[in-house]
Design a protein around this ligand. Structure first.
Ligand code: ADP
Ligand code: ZN
Ligand code: ZN
Length: 729
């Protein structure tokens, strides 16, 4: 039967956000499949598009139907299940179809721009092993000598090694002695290899592997692997993956931020060798291009990567692991489709019959709720491996310290612990979730706080360049000598950042060498690895940093973890501030005492009775969950009701008016006022010169059609629809 192709055109615009039907010319009738890239007529242009539907039913007027022009690749670029996933994403997150498809394409194909291709190089092959050369052809003789030892070699290398020029190679080629060929080279991605022997599983680990296998063979519910820090979750992943590979299927392992987890990466590489691929934003476009095609061709069994790896083009996917599944980096915060990787992974596996494993010591509240509802299978690892104890956690009340006259950033307990560290051969991690030197500058006469001219946020002083920085835009300025409001000279810096911690440590404990890990010290490519490598080699005893230091590191000599201010995350205007505080404290505490030595943790706080801090102190996830889920139920927040954030940004007046317009529209469409919060200014009212207003919808079920049909806004106002938002600043 004659077929018609439904095509999504590769144009990023609201106006073309639908499937267009095209005729299929006779020669292509039996060739075209879902996921094929095609060239189509569009207005007066020819543009690329992707086939997402094939149907024998004509849906446009016969006279209006145009034929597609050309089939661009022999094989479909996008696997049919990924086409389906893209359609699901557009529906679920109310975004652009073409944008959802972008995620499924090779890096260089995004929005039609082919900016990179395969890397090729000239390779030399020796054809005649014992050629007759002219007597004085010394350079030619040297070339042959090298080729006898290594019959195939890059032309460029050969020229260098033989200390000659390309002229020599061409002369040999003309005599038919060697062949010069263009070959495709893979841009290799390097990682450190370590030896990581397969462990004999503990009883709990064995139970976990069995439960996951059981779920894989039966109903394939997502498994939530809740295991305390150091309980050996990674070993469970490794053994499940081995099972998946035996069946000829592939696995995707997701980590929150790959640069932060070189150790995890190395363990996978050690176990599965060359058939491992790594996808992350730190790679060059060319490197990503090569990795993508390697996976597409089936030369890879295990893909490791950050958020976007969930779309890796594996053809026979058996498993997706989301390690540290609670991490905020799994939420896409850009573009029109603000997806949650966990949900995308679950949908993708549902489409292909794969298994999802979500792992964490501190599962997201939503995930644990799903597990208790039996929609996920819950598997718990309650003990650290080798019966290592969880570290002892002490919470210090900083109000009491102040009363006792201690004005230092370190409590008496932490000072004592640092002193003990000197000369002990042990290491410490100090967390302060604020970078820079001091947190803000305040005028002591009029109370003015120095703000960024583009954003509604206070400026942070950085000692490195002796300037004030905005952490939301690129603005930097010198520290003024007078208050911009009242001209007073009494400007003072308040609050402490990681730079200052490092300085005070150096002053008070000169014997302790420190390293700092935050967004400032890790700007250069590869800097994480260098810093962590130095710490692993014990070139420093103390690692100071922001929440980066709380990630899944495994340093056996770390016996002390200090948290300078547990309250910073608590005081955020966000429904998840308690949850984030608990997660951060538990995760960072988990870095202590992972080896044979016992670990301790000291948490400093001005609000030590807060349940998040108490639960972290007691390593009691369940207690935290019970309390927090109670608040969520009371307030009608997720997972009990859906939350949707509509954020407008742009010029001051137009943005406010647009938001009010959306509010009026929602009401006229019958959406109840009681389920609407706002319109109101966003917690940060301006970023990069754009004003920000928002509406929050909180309801049993937000009708997405309603959002899809919001009347067009003025061009200068941008609307972001965030379904199930994670951050609400
Ligand atoms: P988690 O991811 O749960 O924090 P890891 O998987 O990193 O824990 O394991 C912690 C440490 O214990 C690692 O050094 C790992 O090599 C080791 N380990 C894991 N499983 C076992 C086991 N069954 N026996 C001995 N050591 C193990
Ligand atoms: Zn002033
Ligand atoms: Zn700014």
């Amino acid at each position: 039967m004659k077929q018609f192709a439904g095509v999504i055109v590769d144009v990023r615009a609201e106006a073309v956000n639908r499937v267009f039907q095209y005729g299929i010319p006779a020669p292509y009738q039996n060739q075209i499949r879902i996921g094929h890239r095609v060239l189509v007529p569009f207005g007066r242009r020819k543009i690329e598009g992707y086939v997402v539907e094939l149907s024998s039913k004509l849906e446009v007027e016969q006279a209006k139907l145009k034929d597609l022009i050309e089939l661009l690749d022999p094989e479909p670029l996008i696997h049919p299940s990924l086409v389906e996933l893209a359609l699901w994403m557009e529906k679920t997150y109310v975004g652009l179809l073409s944008e959802a498809l972008q995620y499924m394409l090779p890096p260089a194909f995004r929005y039609g721009r082919e900016r990179v291709g395969a890397k090729t190089a000239q390779v030399v092959t020796l054809l005649v092993p014992e050629p007759k050369l002219r007597k004085n052809a010394k350079a030619q003789a040297r070339v042959i000598e090298i080729l006898r030892r290594k019959p195939q070699i890059l032309a460029a290398d050969l020229v260098t090694q033989a200390a000659t020029s390309h002229q020599t190679l061409r002369a040999l080629e003309e005599q038919g002695i060697i062949a010069l060929q263009e070959m495709t080279l893979e841009r290799k991605v390097e990682w450190d290899t370590i030896s990581d022997p397969k462990h004999r599983l503990t009883w709990e680990q064995e139970q976990a592997v069995a439960a996951i296998q059981d779920e894989r063979k039966a109903s394939r519910r997502p498994v939530l692997l809740h295991g305390v820090t150091g309980s050996g979750k990674t070993e469970v992943y490794l053994q499940i993956i081995a099972e998946v590979l035996k069946e000829g299927k592939q696995a995707i392992v997701m980590v929150p931020e790959i640069a932060l987890t070189p150790q995890t990466l190395n363990r996978f590489a050690a176990r599965f060798g060359q058939r491992v691929s790594v996808l992350h934003s730190g790679l060059s476009l060319g490197e990503r291009f090569d990795q993508w095609w390697k996976i597409y061709r089936g030369d890879v069994d295990v893909v490791i990567g950050a958020r976007s790896a969930v779309f890796a083009p594996t053809q026979n996917l058996g498993l997706i692991v989301l390690d540290e599944e609670h991490e905020g980096t799994y939420k896409q915060e850009e573009g029109s489709i603000r997806y949650q990787t966990r949900d995308v992974a679950i949908k993708r596996c549902e489409l292909v019959g794969g298994q999802v494993v979500l792992g964490s010591a501190t599962p997201a509240l939503e995930s644990y709720h799903q597990a208790l509802q039996k929609r996920f299978r819950l598997v718990e690892l309650t003990k650290r491996v080798e019966a290592r104890p969880l570290p002892q956690v002490r919470v210090v009340d900083m109000r009491e310290e102040f009363e006792k006259g201690n004005r230092s950033m370190f409590s008496t307990d932490l000072k004592a612990a640092l002193e003990e560290l000197v000369g002990s051969g042990n290491q410490a991690i100090i967390l302060l979730n604020r970078r820079g030197f001091s947190r803000f500058v305040l005028c002591r006469e009029c109370g003015e706080v120095l703000e960024c001219p583009n954003c509604q946020v206070s400026l942070t002083y950085h000692q490195e360049d002796a300037r004030l920085h905005c952490h939301y835009c690129l603005h930097r300025q010198t520290l003024p000598t007078k208050c911009p409001k009242c001209a007073s000279r009494f400007l003072r810096q308040f609050g402490v950042g990681t730079e200052q911690v490092e300085e005070v440590l150096a002053r008070e404990y000169p014997e302790l060498k420190t390293l700092r890990l935050d967004a400032d010290t890790t700007r250069r490519k590869g800097a994480y690895r260098t810093i962590l490598g130095k710490f692993a080699k014990k070139e420093a005893q103390v690692l100071v940093g922001t929440q980066m230091v709380a990630k899944g590191f495994d340093f056996p000599d770390v016996t002390l973890v200090g948290v300078l201010s547990a309250d910073l995350a608590l005081n955020f205007p966000d429904i998840r501030s308690s949850e984030r505080t608990f997660q951060l404290l538990t995760q960072v505490a988990g870095r202590s005492g992972r080896g044979e030595k016992k670990g301790q943790v000291i948490i400093q706080s001005y609000d030590p009775a807060h349940f998040s801090i108490q639960a972290a102190q007691n390593h009691d996830y369940h207690d935290f969950y019970r309390k927090e889920i109670g608040f969520r139920r009371q307030l009608g927040y997720p997972p009990f009701q859906e939350l949707v954030r509509l954020l407008c940004s742009g010029p001051q007046v137009a943005t406010k008016e647009a938001t009010e317009g959306i509010h009026a529209y929602l009401l006229t469409q019958g959406f109840p006022q009681k389920d609407i919060l706002g319109p109101q200014e966003a917690p940060i009212g301006r970023i990069q010169g754009r004003y920000r207003w928002q509406i929050l919808l909180r309801s049993g079920k937000v009708p997405l059609e309603l959002l899809r049909n919001i009347p067009p806004l003025p061009a200068e106002v941008q609307l972001t629809i965030d379904i199930d938002p994670l951050y609400m600043l």
